[in-house]
Each structure stands twice: as C-alpha cells, then as structure tokens.
Write a protein of this length. Structure first.
Length: 101
C-alpha cells in the first residue's frame, strides 16, 4: 500500500489487500459497511481479462482448489521445493529436528 499527493490538493491512496481471497466489508474502520454476502459479482470469462489479471485469477482459482483438497497452494509448494533443493545442496546439514512452517 502507498499514498501520494497529486496536484498539491488531492491525497491518492492505493490499498493492497493481504488476503486476496476475502472481500472487504469497508475500506476503512468506521466507514459504512456492506453485506458482502449479498454482493453478486458480474459473470465474466477468463478470456475477457488482460494477461496479468487472467494469470492472477487462474492462480487464485488453483490455490483455492488446492486448499479445498488439503493440498499445498502454489506459493507453499514453491517454498517446499526451494527447501528440498537447499537440503539436497547441503546434505551435511541435519533437518530432522527442524520445525518449518
């Protein structure tokens, strides 16, 4: 998240959500809330999206399916693979008692 001042009289805030899988009930604490359960998103096709957005949506869909099946998300798998590569590169290190989350 970041903010900038434009034209010396306008504050522009760009807020980045930490959890992309959840809707915000309001932008700032104290603002009027909306019932996110009543929100009906527009139907759209992945082909309607630009490349970067489509890639993000496909990753989110994959990660959601993985979570539902109790499997690692793409980020979790990437971390696991990096750790396994490190272990193979350093067989002299003992990871048997390591608690890695």
């Amino acid at each position: 998240s970041f903010w900038t001042v434009e034209d010396n009289n306008r504050l522009v805030m760009n807020l980045q959500k930490l959890n992309q899988m959840e809707w915000w009930e309001c932008v700032c604490v104290g603002d009027p809330t909306i019932d996110v359960k009543k929100v009906q998103p527009e139907n759209s096709n992945l082909s309607d999206l630009d490349g970067e957005t489509r890639q993000t949506v496909e990753k989110m869909m994959y990660d959601q399916r993985q979570k539902q099946m109790g499997l690692p998300t793409s980020d979790e798998q990437k971390k696991f693979d990096m750790l396994e590569k490190f272990k193979k590169a350093h067989p002299e290190m003992d990871f048997s008692q390591a608690k890695i989350t």
